[in-house]
Design a protein around this ligand. Structure first.
Ligand SMILES: Nc1ncnc2c1ncn2[C@@H]1O[C@H](COP(=O)(O)OP(=O)(O)OP(=O)(O)O)[C@@H](O)[C@H]1O
Length: 212
């Protein structure tokens, strides 16, 4: 299995954020995406997740049933945690497990794995920011999907939770998974490639003839 990205370009409003971007990510490796604020890291992840359209280019995931539409193979974790505040932590996780399909760890096992054991019945609205982030990360564990797209995954996590998540991510990669993670923080996800998105800025970013 491999993720192949060719000649990708991204436009937001009148600005081309990057163009000509290409890379191949093999199973069993992580790609760490860096670059200054506003270079398009989140936008790239949203394109890979099928949530935004590229301006140009193509992407596919070889070795999957539908290489040109790999959303079913993908976990996307954006800046927002996507929880229902009135539901308990375990209800939120059970919802995601049922919706995503291909169950992996049980809800209880996943909560233990991210250090949320004992908080299962609390409404998510009363969890701390770091606990909410841990719960979002637990989503990765309840459904089996090979490609993890992670936007600043360790935001709000304490040092121990960052280390614990690093172990989970390395285990995913070691089992043949793939990770694309945008970050400003150092992440150790095992065998890694690096992508500095700042290097893919076009020389002339403003698209002429397009209104903002
Ligand atoms: N809907 C939109 N319309 C116009 N411009 C947008 C839109 N969404 C994002 N942008 C712009 O696109 C640029 C890239 O945003 P993006 O969030 O992808 O960057 P980033 O590299 O992830 O930044 P950060 O490091 O701050 O998280 C920013 O200049 C942002 O203002």
């Amino acid at each position: 299995m491999q993720l192949v990205v060719e000649n990708l370009a991204c436009r937001r409003g009148v600005r081309l954020l990057f163009q000509g971007l290409g890379f191949t990510l093999e199973a069993g490796r992580a790609l760490i995406v860096t670059g200054p604020n506003g270079t398009g890291k989140s936008s790239l992840l949203r394109i890979l997740a099928g949530l935004a359209r590229p301006e140009a280019g193509a992407m596919r995931m070889d070795g999957t049933p539908e290489p040109d539409d790999f959303t079913e193979e993908t976990h996307y974790l954006g800046h927002l945690d996507a929880h229902k505040g009135a539901l308990s932590a375990q209800e939120n996780l059970a919802f995601w497990r049922d919706m995503l399909g291909r169950p992996a760890l049980s809800v209880g096992e996943a909560m233990d794995a991210v250090g949320l054991g004992g908080l299962e019945r609390l409404p998510v609205a009363v969890l701390s920011a770091g606990q909410k982030r841990r719960l979002a990360l637990a989503r990765l564990l309840v459904a089996r999907r090979p490609l993890w797209l992670l936007d600043e995954p360790t935001t709000a996590l304490d040092v121990a939770a960052q280390a614990r998540f690093g172990e989970l991510a390395r285990a995913h990669v070691a089992a043949g998974g793939l990770i694309v993670a945008a970050t400003h923080a150092p992440l150790d996800f095992g065998p890694c490639d690096g992508l500095d998105l700042g290097a893919w800025r076009p020389a002339r970013p403003v698209v002429e003839g397009v209104d903002a």
